[in-house]
Design a protein around this ligand. Structure first.
Ligand SMILES: [Zn+2]
Length: 312
């Protein structure tokens, strides 16, 4: 008996100690939360331009209504959100180190992507335009582990990274460096752009970042095992849904065509998981009347405001 109650006390103490780090799944993945009627607002949403990824051939993007062998540029961004006094980023773009390399990152052959950015497209330069520094960023939501989204996590040493547990565990498994072997590995760049000891909050499903429905992270999977999208509620703009890589080009989303590059992610069972991610994005757009911003589609961002201008 004594042993049992001792165990209960120990369990209670452990639970209390762990409480601040326990994440709050909102609803099961298959349903859409219904709290939009009382949702609060984020104050500002900024787009930070992270340069482009130059593809010599469209081979990886087939099934996206792109003619074969066409060179394609894909865009990469970070999104900065102000909520009260708190600054949050959703994705961090490619490593700023790339801006110091004259012709961008090396590629792995003709199918590889050459990432390029100018000094003006670094995160630090654009945060300066907004009047803040990397130290001011409290939270970073990560759509997924790939280095064109996690490239600058190490820049934000004071931030807590919000990432799906599945994604994080896969990323850190078997002694891999977090981003894995990658053509993004550029001379002079730190080998690990997402340090193992970087503070993280591991999420198990959907997550209400500020507890008021203003910024919601939704698990979608598909592109990677723990991919997320981010829904931002703004007073004048309405709901904006940041795609991460759940969708690559608007054309492939509108026609529900799976880009060839998804087939490299065998562990994700792309044949069923990518369409499920598409449908979840579609359900969120429909339920929240949200505008989808397609991260890698250069055309999609052409008319948008860039920092220091913002959406509110
Ligand atoms: Zn990407």
């Amino acid at each position: 008996m004594k042993r049992v109650s001792g165990f209960i006390v120990a369990a209670a103490v452990i639970t209390l100690l762990a409480a601040p780090y326990v994440t709050r799944p909102i609803l099961a993945q298959s349903s859409v939360p219904a709290f939009s009627k009382t949702a609060g607002f984020a104050d500002q949403l900024y787009v930070l331009d992270g340069g482009v990824g130059r593809n010599l051939t469209s081979v990886n993007w087939l099934s996206m209504l792109v003619p074969p062998a066409t060179p394609i540029d894909i865009s990469t961004y970070a999104h900065l959100i102000k909520h009260g006094d708190t600054w949050m980023m959703f994705d961090t773009s490619t490593s700023d180190v790339i801006a110091t390399i004259p012709n961008g990152s090396p590629t792995s052959g003709v199918e590889g992507i050459r990432w390029m950015k100018t000094p003006g497209q670094t995160m630090t330069a654009q945060l300066k335009l907004v009047g803040i520094t990397p130290a001011d960023i409290k939270l970073i939501g990560i759509s997924h582990q790939h280095p064109d989204h996690t490239g600058n996590v190490s820049l934000f040493k004071n931030s807590t990274v919000l990432i799906q547990r599945l994604e994080y565990e896969q990323m850190m498994a078997a002694g891999r460096s977090p981003q894995g072997p990658s053509p993004m590995q550029v001379p002079g760049a730190p080998i690990t752009i997402f340090e193992r000891n970087h503070p993280v909050r591991l999420l198990d499903g959907d997550y209400d970042v500020f507890g008021d429905g203003s910024v919601l992270l939704f698990y979608v999977g598909g592109h990677t095992v723990g991919s997320m999208v981010c829904l931002v509620h703004l007073k004048n703009t309405g709901y904006v849904l940041l795609s991460g890589d759940a969708v690559h080009f608007r054309s492939n989303f509108d026609t529900r065509r799976i880009p060839r590059l998804e087939r490299a992610n065998d562990e994700n069972h792309w044949l069923w998981s990518v369409p499920i991610a598409f449908e979840r994005v579609a359900a969120l757009m429909s339920y929240y009347k949200a505008e989808l911003w397609v991260h890698h589609d250069t055309e999609d961002y052409k008319g948008r405001k860039f920092a220091p201008k913002y959406y509110e």
